[in-house]
Design a binder for this molecule. Structure first.
Ligand code: IPD
Ligand code: CA
Length: 264
């Protein structure tokens, strides 16, 4: 078994256990524990509990690895591998009872920063929908035993695109301007509410492409590998105040990056 496949097996186990805990907590009722960067940026007790569970499981399986989690569970390791984890991506959906939320678990080498890391294994698990997307570098991307492949090119009506908006209300106008620039390429736009799922859906050919400014490493580390292992491409452009992440198939990526990265 390659190292990537070993890490993938651990990622599958911890994402499934963590996501199932989130779903169980959801069925027991959800309380907002705190707000973070903005009033709209919330965290629930379940976000923290799931991150702790995943961190503890990884510490047992891979004691020398580092950890970077959205809810602050961060430490450097000595093995060169870091686990980049969002315990619940789509927390607002989770809090409002919309089933589009996911547990995202990636193992990366190098600095755990987009553009510098190499993602070796990635899992995006949607417990409410019973879908677990997984990939190991060099082994393809998979959902329920089916190998994933991005859409080769958008159809004649244009691209079905997904995007998201930051929590800070001060960024909404620029994000809407970005949508306006991209719209001529689109047949329609989806705002699903969980970036990890949006990007996993690019890998699965459910949308043709994705773009969003201001994502954090844990929002997309795992899903990035799903896309590259399913024949797609990821672009991460850090020349703006809020970095731009773009995911699409080979026929669309250049055009989408060109339109999306043009300043408003
Ligand atoms: C958020 C979701 C959302 C995206 C935001 C993210 P969180 O993550 O992925 O779709 O638009 O940029 O911060 O806070 O639910 O983990
Ligand atoms: Ca989160």
């Amino acid at each position: 078994m390659t190292l990537a496949a070993e890490l993938e097996a651990i990622a599958i186990a911890v994402a499934r256990e963590g996501g199932d805990l989130a779903r169980r907590r959801r069925s027991e009722g959800v309380a907002i524990a705190a707000t973070k960067s903005a009033l709209a940026d919330i965290v629930t007790e379940a976000d923290r509990e799931v991150e702790t569970l995943i961190r503890d499981r990884i510490a047992v399986a891979r004691p020398d690895d580092g950890f970077l989690g959205e809810e602050g569970g961060t430490h450097a390791g000595t093995s060169g591998i870091t686990w980049v984890v969002d315990p619940i991506d789509g927390t607002v959906n989770y809090a409002f009872g919309i089933p589009a939320y996911a547990t995202s678990v990636a193992a990366v080498t190098g600095t755990p920063t987009p553009g510098e890391w190499e993602v070796l294994a990635g899992v995006v698990y949607s417990p409410a929908q019973g879908e677990l997307f997984h990939a190991a570098a060099g082994h393809g991307a998979w959902l329920d035993g089916r190998q994933l492949s991005v859409n080769a090119a958008p159809g004649p009506a244009g691209a079905l695109l997904a995007t998201g908006f930051g929590y800070d209300a001060a960024t909404h106008a620029a994000d809407l301007a970005l949508v306006g620039r991209v719209m001529p390429l689109a047949r329609d736009i989806r705002r699903i509410g969980a970036a990890a799922l949006d990007i996993a859906y690019v890998a699965a050919g459910r949308v043709d492409g994705f773009f969003e400014r201001g994502l954090k490493p844990w929002d997309h580390a795992a899903a990035d590998l799903l896309v590259t292992e399913s024949g797609g491409e990821i672009a991460w452009i850090d020349d703006q105040e809020r970095p731009l992440t773009v995911a699409a198939g080979p026929a669309l990526i250049e055009q989408l990056v060109a339109v999306a990265s043009r300043p408003a």
